[in-house]
Structures are given as structure tokens and as C-alpha cells.
Design a protein around this ligand. Structure first.
Ligand SMILES: Cc1cc2nc3c(=O)[nH]c(=O)nc-3n(C[C@H](O)[C@H](O)[C@H](O)COP(=O)(O)OP(=O)(O)OC[C@H]3O[C@@H](n4cnc5c(N)ncnc54)[C@H](O)[C@@H]3O)c2cc1C
Length: 393
């Protein structure tokens, strides 16, 4: 059988590595092909640290070639253009076509700008390695320009960063930037007293998936780091270096970061697959795309039912990874002609950092804050790295 996996992110790489291992140990010779537009696997969940020089750039990506050296997975570096279920092919941006017997879609998500005019054009996203490098270089340039100007108004704008969205990306980036600002001012000569960081959230909660306790804690910690948090604040339009906020207010900022949400890749809808309101492909309890016997999906691009909660499974790296592992078993069952097992989301809790020295989370549902939470978050990251680097990863 030809099994094609689209996307070498958390879900895709896990599915590919585990399936390769399972097929070999079961003496099967089915072909696994992994497709990604990049020659590397990105650790998206550390990109806020790449964007603020908190880690070396190479620490947020893994070149795929060495990871695949001792595996039978065939890698194709190309952008995916469309999926054609009727012909069982995937078309690539380079004009190539890939035929499949079973397909896994693990293409992650795109930044969602809602219908906010100017948001796409005049803000910076933080969802890929390239975004992170661009944002880091932009901030260095803004701070350097601020050090050179003698106009106090211009200096203040250059040193103001507005972050739209108080979820994982926005909160983690705000905390890291607050810490980096000290070094950045020292390196560039920009005045630290003029640095402003505004975190703008249109709902009444930061990190809403954790509940109210986490909002209060995140607000307290970010405030202590000099981040101004604005809740219940709608951004209505974005212009160059300017945010229009509800109530006819404006905020001038030399850097506007858009962390306002994610949506499924447009190509899923354009390929005629069933998608939800956020553009994520709808799957059943087996992670099989609705009405498509041969196509599965996992990770941020999939709307996966959480039957016990009556919702969909959250879009996080840890769920994506476990869904990839689950799909490897499902695909082995498929090639061996056995019935697959339904996917049950394992709720181990989530962790989020607020700067280099603080984290909070709910491991196994228990609220945890401060240094113990930070240690746990770092431990989870190290564990993930080990599973990627390891021989049977
Ligand atoms: C700044 C930030 C911090 C985060 N922090 C955390 C955290 O602390 N904990 C946590 O659990 N989650 C966190 N998340 C969320 C987490 O990163 C995502 O849930 C996770 O990356 C989803 O994994 P995935 O496999 O679905 O997609 P991804 O990891 O995004 O992988 C998708 C892959 O598909 C490829 N691709 C996409 N489109 C195409 C195309 N058309 N053609 C070819 N290839 C394509 C991409 O290059 C990528 O390799 C964070 C996200 C961000 C942005």
C-alpha cells in the first residue's frame, strides 16, 4: 500500500515514525511517504523563544534528512496544493502528483485574521519558524532605530509592541519579550523606560482553556513584568503602526503581532473536504475524514470530536502528537485488514510559560504555577526532543 502523510509537524512526524516502526516490526513493505514544504520539522511550541532570541535558532527546528536516514520513510519536500479524493491523488505546488491508498492530513493551521481590516497586511504572525526569525529581526531593527532617533514620539512608537490575542501564543510571547527587552535595550542603546508591551484580548479571559484562576495568575505575572493587559478589548482595524480599538481608541505601535487565532488550511475547503466553521477538516472518532474511507486527519487541521465533553479536542502539540501515534496504529490495522480502535483524547493537562522564569498549567487537572510548573514544562519539552531524536522515535 502507498501511505502518504501530509505535514511533518507534531502529528505528521509522529505518525510517520511510528508507522515506519510498526510496519517493519510486522514484516510489511508498505511505502510511507512524508510531504512537507520545509526540509525541517519545526518545534512550533518554542517559537516565541526563537522570536525573542531566548534560544538559538537551530533549537526550534530539526533537519528532516538525518532524522529519516535510518528509516524507510520517503520524504518529498514540496508544498501541497490540493487533495483530489476521487482520483486518490495529492497535487503538489511543483506540479508533481502523488497517488495514495491511504492519506493522512496533518498540515497544521494558519493564522486566522477574522474579518479585521488590515490585520493580515499590517501585523506580524507567529506560527512558523520563518515568522519567528522575521519577528526577531524586526524587533531588533525597531529597537536599533529607536536608539538612533532623537524624536521622543517616534522613539515611543518604535518601542511599543502590541500583541493581539491572549492565548498560548500571545501570552508566551509577551512574557519572553518582556524579559528580552532588557538585553535588547542594552545591545541597541534604546531606552528601557520607553518600552511598552500591550497584550490585547477580546474576551474576558487570558488562556481561557485553563479557566479563571489561570487568567488572574497570568495577568498578575505579566503585569509584574511590565506587560499591560487589556481584556474585553476588540481590535477593529489595523493600519501601519496603528491599531483601532473598540470605543474609538487607537494604539500606536511599531510592532503589531497577530496571535488572534488559528484556522484550518484553505486547501482543505478548496479540495471539497468537509470542514467546520474554523476551516478544520471534520473527522469521526477514528480520525477518519467524514465520508472519506481512505483519508485520515490529525492535529490542528482537524476538528476531532471529544465525545465526553461534547466539544472538539484542543489544538495543542501534545494532542497532535498523540493523534499521530494513534493514526500509526490505525494505519497498521488498515493495511492488515483489521478494525481500528477509536481515538480517545488522553487529558494529561497543558503547560504554558510566561517568560523564561515562570510557567503555569494543569497537569492531570491540578493547577500548578511558578518554578515547579516551569520545570515540568521544560521536562515535557526535553521528553519530546528525545522522542524525535531517539533511534526508534
Ligand atoms: C508560539 C506558539 C506557542 C505554542 N505553545 C504551545 C505549548 O506550549 N504547548 C502546546 O501543546 N502547544 C503549543 N502551541 C500549539 C502547537 O504548536 C500546535 O498545536 C501544534 O504545532 C500542532 O501540530 P500539528 O502537527 O497539527 O501542526 P504543525 O506542527 O503546525 O505542523 C504542520 C506541518 O505542515 C506543514 N505544512 C503546512 N501546510 C503545508 C502545505 N500546504 N504544504 C506542505 N507542507 C505544509 C508545515 O510546514 C508543518 O511542518 C503553540 C503554538 C504557537 C504558534
Amino acid at each position: 500500500m502507498q501511505i502518504v502523510i501530509l505535514g511533518a509537524g507534531y502529528a505528521g512526524i509522529r505518525a510517520a515514525f511510528d508507522l515506519d516502526h510498526l510496519l517493519r516490526t510486522h514484516g510489511r513493505a508498505d511505502q510511507v511517504t512524508l510531504v512537507d514544504r520545509n526540509p525541517y520539522h519545526q518545534l512550533i511550541q518554542v517559537l516565541h523563544r526563537t522570536a525573542t532570541a531566548g534560544i538559538e535558532t537551530h533549537e526550534s527546528i530539526y533537519a528532516l534528512e538525518p532524522l529519516l536516514r535510518n528509516r524507510s520513510v520517503h520524504f518529498v519536500q514540496a508544498g501541497v496544493q490540493a487533495i483530489v479524493p476521487l482520483e486518490r491523488i495529492v497535487t503538489l505546488e511543483n506540479g508533481q502528483q502523488l497517488a495514495y491508498d491511504r492519506l493522512v492530513i496533518a498540515l497544521g493551521a494558519e493564522t486566522a485574521y477574522g474579518h479585521v481590516p488590515g490585520a493580515r497586511e499590517y501585523s506580524l504572525p507567529l506560527h512558523t519558524y520563518e515568522h519567528a526569525l522575521h519577528l526577531r529581526d524586526h524587533l531588533i531593527a525597531q529597537f536599533s532605530a529607536a536608539a538612533r532617533t532623537s524624536d521622543p514620539r517616534e522613539q515611543r512608537i518604535l518601542l511599543t509592541t502590541a500583541i493581539v490575542g491572549g492565548g498560548y501564543t500571545g501570552c508566551q510571547f509577551a512574557g519572553e519579550l518582556a524579559a528580552w527587552a532588557d538585553d535588547l535595550c542594552e545591545q541597541t542603546g534604546a531606552p528601557r523606560s520607553e518600552v511598552r508591551i500591550a497584550l490585547i484580548e477580546h474576551e474576558s479571559l487570558l488562556l481561557k482553556q485553563f479557566g479563571e484562576w489561570a487568567t488572574r495568575e497570568a495577568e498578575r505575572v505579566l503585569d509584574a513584568q511590565g506587560v499591560s493587559v487589556y481584556l474585553n478589548t476588540d481590535v477593529e482595524a489595523v493600519e501601519p503602526n496603528l491599531l483601532h480599538v473598540a470605543g474609538n481608541r487607537v494604539l500606536r505601535a511599531g510592532t503589531i503581532v497577530w496571535a488572534g487565532g488559528i484556522q484550518g488550511p484553505a486547501l482543505l475547503r478548496e479540495s471539497g473536504l468537509p470542514v467546520d466553521a474554523a476551516g478544520r477538516v471534520r473527522v469521526d472518532r477514528y480520525l477518519r475524514v467524514e465520508d472519506q474511507a481512505l483519508i485520515f486527519a490529525a492535529g490542528d487541521c482537524a476538528a476531532i470530536p471529544d465525545v465526553s465533553e461534547g466539544t472538539t479536542v484542543p489544538a495543542t502539540a501534545s494532542y497532535a502528537m498523540r493523534q499521530g501515534a494513534h493514526l500509526a496504529e490505525t494505519l497498521l490495522a488498515e493495511v492488515e485488514g483489521r478494525a481500528p480502535r477509536p481515538y480517545e483524547p488522553l487529558k494529561l493537562g497543558e503547560m504554558v510559560s510566561l517568560g523564561p522564569h515562570y510557567a503555569l498549567g494543569n497537569p492531570l487537572g491540578i493547577p500548578l504555577t511558578g518554578y515547579p510548573a516551569l520545570l515540568m514544562k521544560k521536562g515535557i519539552e526535553q521528553y519530546y526532543r528525545a522522542t524525535i531524536e531517539g533511534p526508534l522515535a
